[in-house]
Write a protein that binds this ligand. Structure first.
Ligand code: NDP
Length: 603
């Protein structure tokens, strides 16, 4: 790539590369992922569910089930809905939360919205008849859709809420998974769908003194409305006259800062790395458009969005937003995930995009020093891009202070406040918008042990990296299906992948139940072929992440050697979706091994 670009002659790419490297070096920490703490021990109270009845008790349950689904978020709900469509009867969903919703159960912080067009993100809209009110739906509305799916597909009947799975082990004698929980339950299930989510385990920074703070203190996914008052729409009357601090300026931080600023007497935003914040452009849903659509419109729009966000300009851009216009011209899900666009062309487009993000900051933030500190200096896809039409303007308010730590983070927490850049900021309330465990270890995030055939634990089976067929099944673990990012397809719109995966899973399970097939698992050959393909396609993303500023995508700047196995499939969403769809439509048998058959008739 030449140092200068024809389209933007003012951009000096070599100078930018030097600046990016300088900023990255400031942020690299020897502790890597070790800088974070789990919500256990002295920090266990952070994990408490503020939305559930703490007095809830019930007797232990012993039962059989056709399918046990772990996780009542969209992954589990889609699996449940598609299994029901296939006629499966005994479906038990287990979740730690007190209701369906997953991410949208837990994340109720003020300002919470989905960053992806509601008409492609929200699934089963045609089946439920639900019409979202806005282009970017509020969290509460998405949560309501989850509950509606639960009702409509009769998933509440056997759901077990406020219940954490502790272990699951394959019993070869019974040809069942024996699942135990923290409420003393024991469920013998023929099939498991583990849909534990990608952002289900919140994490806290290991800042010295974190246990000592005496004011109100919580993670964004456990919002304490008893203290702040109000709800996700605002009205945070409890913050009147209060000094509030927020640590973390990722996609969550940029959503909760504006409402906090509106209600707190003084808001301090402690920033380690600025988020890239692009135009949001929310507006009411065009209901007439939906009503005029023929059946099948959801799938068509979803495919159109995935095309436009992965380098294929497929006719009309139906969603037309900052994702589909991501890089201006050749759009692409970058960061090496999608190999459909020339990498050099993509890099130049991405550098131009980041420059426009910085220019937008300069035009919206009045104080020059603050504007300068809010500018992100890293490759656009090193972190999840953010979108907001009010975050940046919030720093023009007299009661809001950006405490930029130049990549160093907060130094200490005291009983009465936070110390950053050598200065103590007195606080009544401290909010951690510090994110979630992400692809650290499958069982660590899921929170339960998984033991397959011959006593083999999933941890030891994957000790040198994941081995799967299409990210959904693993040999040695019969009748076990999982939904994660490991060796799975990825799209900006998770729901496109999740819908295709759960249709596949439901088809295979229903096939087994209908035909009395006792077990199913990937053949060694199919699994090996998929693993090799994933490894082959991992190099672009691996190289990209190694050069990135630290963050959860690259294990805080210390990518692991086994990453070539533990990454999403690098061949793009189309290749992945084509494979999974073809398998569902009839080709699955050639990649799977089936156990003994005892005809049973009904599923
Ligand atoms: P992130 O992991 O993206 O952000 C965590 C933030 O905490 C970063 O700004 C990080 O800084 C900061 N931080 C961590 N430790 C410290 C410290 N010691 N001192 C100061 N700051 C610190 O978490 P989010 O919850 O924001 O987002 C997680 C994911 O959830 C998103 O990437 C997105 O995929 C999803 N999400 C989706 C939304 C949607 O609309 N669909 C909305 C919100 C979230 P640094 O960058 O320096 O590490």
């Amino acid at each position: 790539m030449s140092a200068q670009d024809e389209q933007t002659p003012d951009l000096d790419y070599d100078a930018l590369a030097r600046k990016y490297e300088e900023e990255r070096a400031k942020r690299l920490k020897a502790e890597g992922l070790g800088q974070f703490r789990e919500m256990t021990g002295a920090l266990a109270s952070f994990a408490r569910d503020p939305f559930a009845d703490p007095q809830f008790t019930r007797d232990p349950i012993n039962r059989e089930a056709d399918v046990l689904i772990v996780g009542g978020g969209f992954g589990g709900l889609l699996a449940g809905a598609h299994l029901r469509e296939q006629g499966v009867k005994e479906i038990v969903v287990v979740d730690r939360a007190a209701d369906f919703g997953g991410t949208w159960y837990w994340n109720r912080y003020p300002g919470v919205r989905c960053d992806v067009d509601a008409l492609v993100y929200m699934p089963l809209l045609e089946e439920t008849g639900y019409i979202p009110s806005d282009k970017y739906a509020e969290g509460a509305e998405i949560y309501e859709l989850c509950r509606r799916i639960g009702e409509q597909f009769d998933l509440y009947r056997d759901a077990m809420f406020q219940t954490g799975v502790e272990s699951m082990a394959w019993s070869p004698e019974r040809e069942r998974w024996i699942v135990t929980t923290d409420r003393g339950d024991s469920i013998a299930a023929r099939f498991i769908v583990s849909a534990t989510g990608h952002y289900s385990k919140p994490k806290l920074p290991g800042i010295p003194g974190i246990e000592s703070f005496e004011g109100a203190c919580f993670h964004t996914s456990r919002w304490d409305y008893a203290f702040t008052g109000g709800n996700a729409d605002g009205d945070l009357t409890g913050l009147t006259g209060k000094k509030v601090g927020v640590i973390g300026t990722g996609s969550t931080g940029i959503q909760c800062v504006p409402p906090l600023a509106e209600w707190a007497e003084q808001l301090y935003v402690f920033q380690r790395t600025p988020c890239s914040v692009d135009v949001r452009g929310n507006r009411p849903t065009d209901v007439d458009w939906i009503k005029a659509q023929p059946p099948g419109w959801w799938q068509k729009r979803v495919e159109n969005f995935t095309n436009w966000t992965s380098g294929i300009q497929d006719g009309e851009d139906m969603v037309s937003d900052s994702w589909t216009n991501l890089l201006g011209e050749p759009t692409a899900v970058a960061g090496g995930v999608v190999g459909e666009v020339d990498p050099q062309e993509m890099l130049r487009a991405e550098l131009r995009k980041m420059e426009s993000v910085r220019q937008r900051i300069a035009s919206l933030v009045e104080d020059e020093k603050t504007a300068e500190a809010l500018k992100p200096w890293y490759h656009y896809f090193c972190k999840r891009p953010g979108f907001s039409d009010d975050y940046l303007q919030t720093f023009n308010r007299p009661n809001v202070t950006l405490v930029d730590t130049e990549g160093q983070g907060v130094q200490r927490i005291t009983p009465t406040g936070v110390v950053a850049n050598g200065k103590e900021y007195a606080l009544d309330c401290l909010v951690f918008a510090t994110g979630f465990d992400f692809m650290t270890s499958y069982t660590r995030e899921a929170g339960f042990s998984i033991t397959g055939r011959d006593g083999l634990s999933l941890d030891s089976h994957w000790s040198r990296g994941a081995r799967t067929l299409w990210g959904m099944q693993t040999r040695g673990f019969p009748n076990f299906f999982l939904m994660s990012l490991l060796q799975s397809g990825v799209s900006i719109n998770y729901m496109h992948i999740a819908d295709a995966q759960t249709r596949y899973i439901a088809t295979v399970i229903a096939h087994c139940l209908k035909n009395g097939v006792a077990t199913v698992e990937p053949s060694a050959e199919a699994e090996n072929t998929w693993v090799e393909r994933c490894v082959e396609l991992s190099s672009a993303r691996k190289a990209f992440l190694e050069a990135c500023t630290p963050g959860y995508f690259n294990q805080e700047g210390q990518p692991r050697p086994e990453n070539e196995l533990n990454m999403p499939f690098g061949g793009g969403p189309h290749a992945y979706l084509d494979l999974v769809t073809a398998a569902r439509e009839g080709g699955f048998a050639e990649n799977l091994e089936f156990g003994q058959v005892t005809p049973t008739g009904e599923p």
